[in-house]
Write a protein that binds this ligand. Structure first.
Ligand code: DGL
Length: 281
């Protein structure tokens, strides 16, 4: 496939382009943590969120499948008309970013590099932990990114597959979640990490439990917040940041808008209108 998007630094500020929305894409509901972080930091921006709820979870699928689904979503958002795309899903960012970039004309940001950058800066000892889905951890994407930014860093990764359903069940601070967290985070504690990347869209909601299990000396890195900082910097750099007025928010899913609406209320604390766009995959 040919490369169709222009690199961010050469993208001209076309007339009216700054009024287009930022696209935010996730496999499902969890990317709302990233959406929320962007909306808080950039209240004037219009945002369009796409949750690929027909194909969630991505975290247990092959890179090939995640690549196909992600490209389809990127093409759809490109057609909707966006000025930049944030791949909020850690799994898609880890295994499918090049494919996403080839599927859209706009600059694309994933969550891996912002999270890795924040961790590399926060760690005193260079011992950094990363938790995520099976696909994210086995891709090694965070380990490579941290290693590139901070040579000599020791990275310990662990997949925590039960965290996603526990968050969607609303068990953010539940004894069962704490038991599961103690089990998953044992290797991190033994490795003596001083920073831990919450490398999955859902995990910022488990900050309380994870923080308690890891203890006070460990800094929790939220890729969502780091990504919001990065997208604002990018839009400023290319002259497409919007700072006037109040942004509008749109939500699209590929299946089950009712369930999305219900979970969104729990995650971002408000009622949202959701449109359904089905893919013919
Ligand atoms: N959004 C995914 C991620 O951040 C978690 C849910 C899934 O497995 O699709 O990796």
């Amino acid at each position: 496939m040919t490369r169709r998007h222009a690199p961010p630094t050469t993208c001209p500020p076309a007339g009216g382009a700054s009024r287009k929305p930022i696209g935010v894409f996730d496999s499902g509901i969890g990317g709302l943590t990233v959406f929320d972080a962007i909306a808080r930091r950039m209240p004037a921006e219009d945002l369009v969120y796409f949750g690929d709820t027909a194909h969630v979870p991505y975290g247990t699928k092959s890179p090939d499948a995640v690549g196909r689904y992600s490209s389809e979503v990127a093409r759809h958002l490109d057609g909707v008309g966006i000025k930049a795309l944030v791949v909020a899903c850690n799994t898609a960012s880890a295994v499918a970013l090049p494919k996403v970039r080839r599927s859209t004309h706009v600059p694309v940001i994933g969550v891996i590099l912002p999270g890795a950058r924040a961790a590399a800066a926060a760690s005193g000892s260079g011992s950094i932990g990363i938790i995520g889905t099976e696909a994210t951890i086995s891709s090694g994407a965070y380990t490579r990114a941290v290693g590139g930014l901070r040579p000599g860093a020791r990275v310990t990764g662990a997949a925590c597959p039960l965290f996603v359903p526990l968050v969607e069940e609303g068990w953010w601070d539940h004894p069962v979640t704490e038991t599961v967290a103690r089990h998953y985070l044992g290797p991190m504690k033994r490795a003596g990490v001083d920073s831990l990347i919450l490398g999955c869209t859902h995990y910022p909601l488990l900050r309380g439990v994870v923080g308690r299990v890891m203890g006070k000396g460990v800094t929790l890195i939220d890729s969502a917040a780091a990504t919001a900082v990065e997208i604002r910097a990018l839009l400023r750099r290319i002259g497409l940041e919007r700072t006037d007025g109040k942004g509008r928010h749109r939500f699209i899913v590929s299946d089950g808008p009712e369930r999305f609406r219900r979970l969104a209320r729990r995650l971002i604390g408000r009622d949202v209108e959701v449109r359904c766009h089905r893919f013919d995959l």
